[in-house]
Design a binder for this molecule. Structure first.
Ligand SMILES: [Cu+2]
Length: 439
């Protein structure tokens, strides 16, 4: 095995590991040769060569499986989950296996799968397999295709996955969906897509209405104050990493109340697929913003040509911020009179009240208070680099976190040396607390 290829398995193994450890299926895949983009070594075995990379879902784990004869068996339990969506905000969501969104299920096209489902919620539920062409008795719709699964009960789903693509599983109950009951279901194609990619990342878009001093999302609300990728708001979202010159796939999935125009900085991408599977190459054209509607998935691919920390974010302005109301607790911003000194002092006291070290580095004008409309973004940009530090943030400019809010993440396109430096930090947790910033 060439050094390049060996290194690439190691990368895949590390990035596939997720928060709760790596599934057996991913370990199995990672032991097989994978192709580096470009003119790297030809694999010894064509069948293995055709295998797709596992998708990585930052801030979420993969669901492991065991084999029963030729059937891949997964265990999934619906249950209440405490989810820390921001350094100062933990919500009472519902999810699966202690995770919200639920853990990612990855299978191969053609697999026979069984999901042993357990309901640990206080009410009945079921599991729907969104986009999958399966027998009606597996469709997971209460009263229509099955009896609701009562609290404490189990239910077994079993079907063959004949499609390829980006699907999801979710409760087929509107309010439960809004409590967070969703997860990725990725079916890798029998023969990998062409061109092949070097990095494959998944992002689930969600919005939450959580009133100040509350932890339980208001699922009847139509306005949302918390926006998340994979269950966390920026700057807690773990940056995606890509080697300079590599080809990257993003799979973006939405199951909420709003549509999200997701924008990538600094690169053009093509939409290579939808929630219905791969799209023919003749339909691809350059874009940098893709509207991901409710119940849709979009797969986009691009060449990571330009080094830097490039934003990936929903471009709806109100989705590019976190809730400040929450920090105000039971006080209220005087929105009716924005020039009121009260409003500003409230914003200032809010900024001082957050229970962690943060930095407001953006200056304001000496006469700011006399300008109608002030403040807008002043005091919102709270740097909290240390609070959200992890290997993937290593080397970012000081106060980078002040520019990250709401439904945002970034892809760091890194030259070999910098990419490898981060990999090394992921392998050596003891060095993670050491601070380093480019000045
Ligand atoms: Cu949005």
């Amino acid at each position: 095995m060439s050094g390049t290829r060996r290194r690439f398995f190691q990368d895949a193994a590390i990035f596939g590991a997720g928060l709760l450890g790596m599934s057996e299926s991913l370990q199995a895949q990672n032991e097989k040769p994978m192709r580096m983009h470009g003119a790297h070594a030809a694999p010894a075995n064509a069948a293995v060569h055709d295998r797709a990379l596992p998708m990585v879902t930052p801030d979420l784990a993969d669901l492991p499986h065991e084999m029963d004869g030729g059937v891949k068996v997964f265990h999934l339990a619906a249950e209440p989950v405490k989810r820390k969506i921001a350094p100062f905000k933990t919500i009472d969501a519902w999810g699966y296996n202690g995770s919200c969104p639920g853990p990612t299920i990855q299978v191969q096209q053609g697999d026979r799968i069984r999901v042993v489902f357990e309901n640990r919620l206080p009410e009945s539920t079921s599991l729907h397999w969104h986009g999958l062409e399966i027998p009606i008795e597996q469709d997971g719709v209460p009263y229509i295709s099955q009896k609701p699964v009562a609290p404490g009960e189990k239910y077994v789903y079993e079907f063959t996955v004949h499609q390829e693509g980006t699907f999801f599983y979710h409760a087929h109950s509107a309010m439960q969906e809004m409590m967070g009951q969703i997860g990725f279901f990725v079916a890798h194609p029998e023969k990998d897509y062409k061109p092949r990619v070097d990095h494959d990342y998944g992002l689930i878009l969600q919005e939450w209405a959580v009133l100040p001093s509350n932890t339980v999302p208001n699922t009847a609300a139509m306005e949302f104050n918390w926006l998340t990728f994979n269950g966390v708001s920026a700057p807690m979202t773990t940056p995606l990493l890509a080697r300079l010159g590599s080809r990257v796939r993003l799979r973006i999935l939405n199951l909420g109340m709003d549509h999200h125009p997701v924008h990538l900085h600094g690169h053009q991408f093509v939409v290579t697929g939808t929630e219905g599977g791969r799209a023919p190459e003749s339909t691809w054209y350059p874009m940098n913003t893709v509207l991901v509607g409710v119940a849709q998935a979009r797969m986009v691919e691009f060449e990571a040509k330009y080094p830097g920390a490039w934003m990936i974010h929903c471009h709806l302005p109100h989705h590019m911020m976190n809730s400040m109301m929450d920090l105000l607790r039971d006080r209220q911003i005087q929105t009716a009179d924005q020039t009121d000194m009260k409003a500003m002092s409230q914003m200032e006291s809010l900024a001082k009240s957050v229970p962690f070290e943060h930095v407001h580095h953006a200056p304001i004008a000496a006469n700011a208070e006399s300008v109608p409309g002030f403040p807008q973004d002043a005091f919102m940009e709270m740097g909290m680099d240390e609070v959200v530090e992890k290997p993937e943030t290593y080397g970012l400019p000081k106060n980078w976190s002040a520019g990250m809010m709401g439904m945002m993440t970034m892809i760091r396109v890194l030259p070999e040396k910098d990419y490898d430096a981060i990999l090394a930090r992921k392998k050596a947790p003891s060095t993670q607390s050491e601070h380093h910033h480019e000045s």
